[in-house]
Design a binder for this molecule. Sequence first.
Ligand SMILES: Nc1ncnc2c1ncn2[C@@H]1O[C@H](COP(=O)(O)OP(=O)(O)OP(=O)(O)O)[C@@H](O)[C@H]1O
Ligand SMILES: [Mg+2]
Length: 251
Amino acid sequence: MTETALMVDGLAVDFSGFRAVDGVSLAVAKGELRVLLGANGAGKTTLMDLISGRTRSTEGRVLVHGRDVTNWREFRIARAGIGRKFQIPSVFSGLTVRQNLEVALSRHPGVFANLRLRRRPADRARVAEVMALVGLEAEAEQEAGYLSHGQTQWLELGMLMIQNPSVILLDEPTAGMTQAETAKTAEIINRLKGHHTLLVVEHDMAFVREIAERITVLHLGRVLAEGSVDFIENNPEVRAAYLGTQGISAC
Ligand SMILES: Nc1ncnc2c1ncn2[C@@H]1O[C@H](COP(=O)(O)OP(=O)(O)OP(=O)(O)O)[C@@H](O)[C@H]1O
Ligand SMILES: [Mg+2]
């Protein structure tokens, strides 16, 4: 049997009577990439907030590799192996790509102390590995402030990856990207498959088709359907609720 990395069981949150996430259950296998689909306001970001501890749930459970982390504080959930990438940039614009990754690798606080600490060969190798993974080797010595939007997003992904989280939550990773940047992001995410467990919220259908294995569709805070790309794009309920007349195949 495949191991479940992330288990969400009957999760709900009640915002003064409004249930933005209303009894969601899903199980993501170790190494699986799951896409979360749903219209604006369906509850996708809120679900990620509940999983990562940013928002406290009012019902249900979250388990990471069988460990119940429900309503733990955010930093403890991160330490338990759930990594989350936010839209808000967290790169240090005055540091180079390499230095940003060195800082992210360290668990010790204090940016400049970290730069001195991070000179061990094993750390250098890990930084090089992650730079290759996110395709920023040519920009290694460039200050992050001079990166393009796409490159900044890849650096942030690298800063998340370098901590080696077992479960990664990505909320609209291609937002604001050009077509070329979106295609490169699909390549990066496909390289992570099998090594990490990923839950990815995404609206761009072409991108979804590039990366998706299984899709979970949320609608009004609930799971409407779950299955392969083919199953989802041919599901009448999903088409009615979300995809409308422009099914995935029409994009
Ligand atoms: N703290 C909050 N208090 C009250 N309502 C909230 C709160 N956070 C989110 N909501 C509401 O919950 C619903 C789901 O929001 P959420 O941001 O999770 O949707 P989403 O699926 O991520 O949408 P989008 O595709 O636009 O990003 C929305 O109606 C939103 O207004
Ligand atoms: Mg959202």
